[in-house]
Design a protein around this ligand. Structure first.
Ligand SMILES: [Zn+2]
Length: 413
């Protein structure tokens, strides 16, 4: 049975996290900043040292191959959110490197058909785009989008890319690399508490949830908080409050759906003014798109009614809609078999957060993901933690599945 070297996996994770390490115990490697570029250079260097074929594509994604192509690729990302943890993304890269090293050392059949890919700018916090590397690979990133993106400090993304020898006009050409990839596997921390609650060290992802984002603006009438009679008030905050409460009720009533009013503001608000204008966001996610449609209707209808009752006007706009991205059956089957070989009945669950795999799955690339239990469900925080044993098991399962898929691929070629 294929197993990995857990001490080396842990050491690789430490090496990755040297660039951008924070005194708090966390890390910070925003896309295309010095620490993130340093981590990617480390990755290329480390893979070259091991005799792997290393390349960087037009979008800045890093690829490493054991030999034959197309290959079963494993990977994740090295960029992080601000004040991040040491596992999100980094674990997937460390695991991919470790699987490649262990598989090559054991000369197992299929080992020469494995590869690694590290996607750029997964988190999207610096340029407001996100997953640019995997979107380019999926053929879903237009040059105009790259050209119009700017960093939070006002620097155009194009300038940042050019400074790192990436030609923004050529980024979409990364899509040609799809021919080198016959499946994609990713090990990632769960970022939730479902596995911990179930007492399971690892889980298999069935799909990545669909998502719908709304921006809502309510216009009432600003007036004196003391002198305006209750019946004359056009309070623009009430529909916002109603929407937040309805979102909570909808979540209680529906299984496998989350709804959040995450941004909320009273414009030109003050203690002594009846709120004249408010603005809020709504984020709804579920693997079931019908459930999302019903939730949208309930929450927005409740807000609209509250607006009417309070003499306000409500304007709503759907700003983003992403379809669900089911993982691929034959890849899930390989992961299931791998988990059984390792004596684990891994529960199957939906990913409530977006990952690079969703873009690849949408482009028809067979995909699968393994989640590792997160301590207290915490992520995007220096407190992020998964145990060495859980990470070892997750990486071993991913590696075993990758080898099974590689052998099938060789037979099919
Ligand atoms: Zn991640």
């Amino acid at each position: 049975m294929f197993t990995i070297d857990s001490d080396r996996l842990w050491a690789l994770l430490e090496e990755i996290n040297a660039p951008g390490s924070l005194p708090s115990g966390g890390v910070e490697r925003l896309a295309w900043t010095g620490s993130e570029v340093a981590a990617r250079h480390w990755l290329m260097q480390r893979c070259r040292q091991e005799g792997l074929e290393v390349e960087q594509d037009e979008a800045g994604n890093v690829w490493a191959f054991s030999g034959a192509r197309p290959a079963i690729m494993m990977g994740s990302h090295l960029d992080t959110v601000p004040n991040a943890g040491r596992f999100d993304g980094a674990l997937g890269i460390a695991a991919a490197v470790e699987v490649l090293l262990s598989a090559r050392a054991s000369a197992l059949p299929g080992a020469d058909r494995l590869g690694l890919v590290c996607f750029t700018d997964e988190e999207g916090v610096r340029f407001g785009l996100g997953m640019t590397g995997s979107r380019a690979l999926a053929g879903d990133l237009a040059t105009e989008e790259l050209r119009s993106a700017v960093t939070t400090d006002g620097t155009p993304l194009g300038e940042v890319l050019t400074a790192h020898d990436i030609d923004p006009d050529r980024v979409p050409e990364a899509a040609h690399r799809r021919r080198d990839m016959s499946a994609y596997l990713e090990l990632h921390i769960e970022q939730g508490r479902r596995l911990e609650r179930a007492g399971a060290p690892v889980g298999l992802v069935t799909g990545i949830v669909a998502l719908s984002h709304w921006q809502i603006e309510v216009t009432g009438e600003a007036n004196h908080a003391g002198t305006t009679l209750p019946e004359d008030r056009k309070d623009a905050l009430v529909p916002l409050a109603v929407a937040a409460l309805e979102a909570q009720r909808v979540m209680r009533d529906s299984d496998g759906l989350v709804a959040t009013v995450g941004e909320a503001a009273v414009l030109h608000g003050a203690t002594n003014i009846v709120p004249g204008r408010s603005r809020f966001s709504l984020d709804i996610r579920s693997l079931d798109e019908d459930l999302i449609a019903r939730a949208e209707q309930r929450i927005l209808e409740a807000a609209r009614r509250a607006a009417e009752d309070n003499g306000c006007k409500l304007h709503q706009q759907n700003t983003k809609r992403l379809p669900r991205a089911p993982m691929t059956d034959h890849v899930i089957n390989a992961l299931r078999t791998a988990a059984e070989l390792h004596g684990e009945g891994a529960p199957e669950l939906a990913s409530m957060a977006g990952h690079d795999g969703m873009n690849l799955a949408a482009a028809g690339i067979p995909c699968g993901m393994v989640f590792v239990r997160s301590r207290d469900g915490v992520s995007h925080s220096p407190k992020e933690h998964s145990s060495k044993e859980d990470c070892e098991l997750g990486a071993s399962i991913m590696g075993t599945a990758a080898l099974l898929l590689a052998r099938n691929l060789v037979r099919a070629l």
